[in-house]
Design a protein around this ligand. Structure first.
Ligand SMILES: Nc1[nH]c(=O)nc2c1ncn2[C@H]1C[C@H](O)[C@@H](COP(=O)(O)OP(=O)(O)OP(=O)(O)O)O1
Length: 173
C-alpha cells in the first residue's frame, strides 16, 4: 500500500485546457511565458485548490484570466496524462470544449490569442501530442490518453482511447 509520502510523490499535477470552437474556427493562444512558452495551445493552467471549487471552475477562470472571455457551455471532453522525463510528477490535464462565450477576446500577459480555421490549426507550433487528440476533439468525441516525453519533449510512447464516458475523479473535483 502507498504511504502518504509515496502517494504525494506520485500525485499528478492537475491542470486544465479549454478550447473554444466557434463557427468552424478554433481559438488558440501563443504562450508568452512559463511552461510551453512559444507554443500555441488552448487556454488553461493549474487547478488551484484554494480558489477553484471544481476542475471546470479552474478551466473557466484560466480562460477568463488568459484571454478575457467567459465560456457559457464548457463541457469536459478529454483527460490527458503527461509524463515529462524531467518532472517528478505526471500532469493530468482536463480538456474542455466550449462554443459559446461572452466578452471580447483580448491578449494577456500570458497568451496572444488568434482564431484558426478548424482544418488549419498550427500543429507544427503546438505540443507534439496535439496532432494525436485534436482530430477526436474536433469530431466531438471524448478521449483518454497518456503521453510520455523525453527531455527534449519528444513523445517516446503514447496511448489514446476514444471513450463513451470520461472517468470520474475520485476526489469529486
Ligand atoms: N503536452 C501538452 N499538450 C498540450 O496540449 N497542453 C499541455 C501539455 N503540457 C501542458 N499543457 C498545458 C496544460 C495547461 O493548460 C498548461 C500548463 O499549465 P501550468 O499551470 O504548468 O502553466 P502555467 O505555467 O501557465 O501556470 P498558471 O500560472 O497556472 O497559468 O499547459
Amino acid at each position: 500500500m502507498a504511504t502518504d509520502a509515496t502517494a504525494a510523490l506520485a500525485a499528478p499535477k492537475l491542470t486544465t485546457l479549454l478550447v473554444v470552437v466557434s463557427d468552424g474556427n478554433v481559438l488558440l493562444g501563443e504562450k508568452k511565458r512559463g511552461f510551453g512558452a512559444g507554443l500555441w495551445n488552448g487556454f488553461g493552467g493549474k487547478v488551484d485548490l484554494g480558489i477553484d471549487a471544481s476542475v471546470e471552475h479552474a478551466a473557466l477562470r484560466e480562460l477568463r484570466e488568459e484571454c478575457g472571455i467567459d465560456a457559457l457551455d464548457a463541457t469536459r471532453r478529454g483527460v490527458l496524462t503527461f509524463h515529462y522525463a524531467d518532472a517528478p510528477n505526471p500532469m493530468e490535464t482536463h480538456v474542455f470544449h466550449a462554443s459559446a462565450f461572452e466578452g471580447t477576446v483580448a491578449e494577456s500577459d500570458e497568451m496572444r490569442p488568434a482564431w484558426f480555421p478548424e482544418d488549419a490549426i498550427p500543429l507544427e507550433k503546438m505540443w507534439p501530442d496535439d496532432e494525436h487528440w485534436y482530430p477526436a476533439f474536433l469530431r466531438g468525441e471524448k478521449f483518454v490518453g497518456t503521453f510520455w516525453f523525453d527531455r527534449e519533449k519528444k513523445i517516446t510512447r503514447h496511448e489514446l482511447e476514444v471513450v463513451e464516458t470520461l472517468p470520474a475523479r475520485a476526489d469529486g473535483l
